[in-house]
Design a protein around this ligand. Sequence first.
Ligand code: ZN
Length: 179
Amino acid sequence: MLLTTRLKGRLATACGQYLPQLVLLVLLANLADVDFLIGLGTETNVNALHRGFTHSLAAAVFVALAVSCVWRIAAGFWRSAILYFTAYGSHLLIDLCTGTQIGWTKSGSGVPLLWPWPKNFSSPLILIFGVRHQSSSALFSIANVWSCTYELLTFGAMTVVALIFWTRILKSQTNRPVP
Ligand SMILES: [Zn+2]
């Protein structure tokens, strides 16, 4: 949305126009980890309920439908719901590929993707280091600084490449002569 508007006008205008939608999608992409707060509020242990039902497809569908009832950022209920599901589901996908060792290591801790079935699923291919959050000293450890730097560099590079390709596609569409 931002890029399409960017081609027509200034980026600042585009950001202002779509900021609420972007904020909502970012919030949805992080919503699954709200179980940290539930754990802290009910169990006095921040990890007590972590990677429970909020990390499931059922939660993703429920949140997507519920938010789409309240606010539609695309044309129609189902288009908005699909966008919300994609944002929420991106978190599940990343957690599926998170583990202690990068590569084909099967070191993921897994998520209950098909909750209420209690089986934990994880990808054998690990692409992301898990953030350590057992204690405050683990949270602010050098290992976590490294994890964050790794994520920033790899996902930053992927985003830049995707944006370059997308911009080229949009430009070639707008420059195409009208028959
Ligand atoms: Zn998570």
